[in-house]
Design a protein. Sequence first.
Length: 439
Amino acid sequence: MSEDTTKGTNKTVTITDDSTGKQATFPLVTGTDGPPVIDIRRLYAELGCFTYDPGFIATGSCESNITFIDGDKGILLHRGYPIEQLVRHCSHLEVCYLLLKGELPNQAQFDKFSSDITNHTMLHEQLHNLYRGFRRDAHPMAIMCGVAGALSAFYHDSTDINDPYQRMVASYRMIAKMPTIAGWAYKYSLGQPFMYPKNDLGYAENFLWMLFGHPCEEYLVNPVIARAMDRILILHADHEQNASTSTVRLSGSSGANPFACISAGIASLWGPAHGGANEAVLKMLGQIGNKANINEFVKKAKDPEDPFRIMGFGHRVYKNFDPRAKIMQKTCHEVLNELGVESEPLLELAMALERIALEDEYFIERKLYPNVDFYSGIIFRALGIPTTMFTVLFAVARTVGWIAQWNEMIEDPTQKIGRPRQLYTGSKRRDAAPIEERQ
Ligand code: CMC
């Protein structure tokens, strides 16, 4: 490594191609925090090779100033603020403002933002027809992908990505409408009437109202449940370049409209290795059944021949603990206490599983700890949310992260269409024969 004058760095990395003896030097760029990155954009031009990194284990895909994670220390910051403080002092809508605009709002800014968001909570009435096209037993995440993507067919006045005003309106629309889309997906599965948003309620309260209210009698949102929901939304709001956020960025890099990009993000989130893990945790705890069976399932998880994994355990970035999981576990106890649930067998089973796994050499060696999804499902269940809606809640919460990251990408002057290269291992060039000549 030697001195260099490139912005944000005074170091370089030199790579030598041993087969040709050619050398090229690349800037080592440092950010505000975290490890430096080697800027290899000129690698192919200089050395005629690409990097190979399936799963992006060692690849920074963009520059971002929204969220910082130190996986070894268990630190999560949004715009510099620790997640623990945001959960303690802010509402989810304040965190939305922070993620979108870079600073926490003062009261006047918050009042304006809150009013702007609530202006957009309704869905176009014709969307009822789209819901009715789904089977009643459709998974609500399937409905979420469809309806979020369909917004681009309804809100043409906010799909021009080159117009900052339209981008802002699209961002507000996504944040405002996702709870309504989710609430209606749930109502549709029950065969109950869709509930319209109530704009005098807070964000989490309104969401609960659309999930659990119905027209024939008064439904008062329990403030304990509303606060817990709000906290859960904050804990899931953003998480830098995870699979779904990277999907939103990659989709958006081609110039696709924001509604289509968010729909792609929802699809990625659905997978059990990502947001679908919260639903998978509950299914897994159901399969384990009781404490006596834990060892058998831990053994399965350790068997390289068996695809079974302890759901809600492990993380690509966190190699010590997931700070969100700690808050989630605490919230879980608080919610159960406040709801007067004296004993929750699933929580006891989850805690016993956590204890056994954390003392097991396999999990210690691989630095596998509970992640945010390990306890969230238990809280959702206590709040009366059905299992199939767990990942939907994650999607509602993550919408602000997706849209903030999408905006950041569009505004980045160095942004290009995302277009990875590959290591080709298929056939060399060969000739195609007509069908009658093939064996
Ligand atoms: N149970 C058992 N073994 C595991 C687990 C687990 N949950 N997670 C990782 N491992 C093992 C894995 O088999 C591998 O072992 P070996 O080195 O012997 O091959 C080693 O640990 C490293 O795992 P990896 O799959 O290479 O790690 P990754 O960074 O690619 O995957 C992960 C991260 C989250 C996908 C993975 O840990 C996992 O599948 N966990 C269960 C699903 C889950 O809880 N997902 C939610 C993630 S947090 C919220 C979110 O992102 O939405």
